[in-house]
Design a protein around this ligand. Structure first.
Ligand code: FES
Ligand code: FES
Length: 158
């Protein structure tokens, strides 16, 4: 049997360096969950459609099933475990923006990036931004409402 080669790589995840030995073909999602024990990023479709695996790479939301871990060397990776007290987390709770919660970490990472990058986002921008994530059991209205409440709070403080 031919085994895929492994190599040592150091990843910066949630502000900490992690040195691991993984296959060059391992996705970031696989490494986060199976090497680092960070299981907040969820495997869903594994082909880039659902967004359950979304993490931030240098602040940009990326589907971690679609990028190799080796490609993220030298970049700053943030997972749901590294997001502490972001306003969007409380907003999801206050707006009842989840039911089973499986899609929630991915939605929160994507929505957090939206509130950081587009504090002026209008309804259309919010709707389009969130199109990369799929929820099978709650209404998108509550999720959009959570985003809007964070944006409105930010605008009040300006
Ligand atoms: S598991 Fe990555 S997009 Fe669905
Ligand atoms: S809350 Fe269940 S899939 Fe979104």
């Amino acid at each position: 049997m031919i085994r895929a080669p492994k190599c040592e790589m150091t990843l910066m995840v949630n502000g900490e360096k992690h040195s691991i030995v993984a296959r060059q073909a391992d996705t970031l999602l696989f490494v986060l969950r199976n090497y680092l024990g960070l299981t907040g990023s969820k495997p869903g479709c594994l082909n880039g459609d659902c967004g359950a695996c979304t993490v931030l790479i240098d602040g940009t939301p990326i589907k971690s099933c679609m990028i190799l871990a080796i490609e993220t060397i030298g970049k700053s990776i943030t997972t749901i475990e590294g997001l502490h007290d972001a306003p969007i987390q409380r907003a999801f709770v206050e707006q009842f923006a989840f039911q089973c919660g499986y899609c929630t970490p991915g939605f929160i990472m994507n929505a957090h990036a939206l509130t950081e990058h587009r504090p002026d986002a209008d309804d259309e921008t919010i709707r389009k931004w969130l199109e990369s994530n799929i929820c099978r059991c709650t209404s998108y209205r509550e999720i959009e409402q959570a985003v809007k409440s964070v944006l409105a709070e930010g605008q009040k403080q300006e």
